[in-house]
Design a protein around this ligand. Structure first.
Ligand code: ZN
Length: 81
């Protein structure tokens, strides 16, 4: 099951239901994006994220970036330098 982010005004934490404004910078605020086969299926707020998820997310963002392909999937590009 895919839940597309497009057309959704606000995001909710998958665990506690806390609302994140669409305009907010989710990454900068410590929210974690859950992907399934490249599609965004939900978000987890900083209060609900586990330490392991925090570390994994920080490592992921430090080691590369995401771009969106023509199908709307988030694809990961590891840093080459
Ligand atoms: Zn939460």
């Amino acid at each position: 099951m895919y839940i597309f982010r497009f057309g959704i005004d606000d995001y909710n934490c998958m665990r506690c239901g806390k609302v994140l404004s669409r305009e907010a910078d989710a990454g900068a605020m410590g929210w974690i994006m859950e992907l399934y086969e490249g599609f965004v299926v939900g978000f987890v707020c900083p209060e609900c994220a586990t330490d392991e998820e925090d570390i994994a997310a920080q490592t992921t963002s430090a080691m590369g970036t995401f771009h969106t392909d023509k199908f709307g999937r988030m694809l990961y590009d590891p840093n080459t330098q």
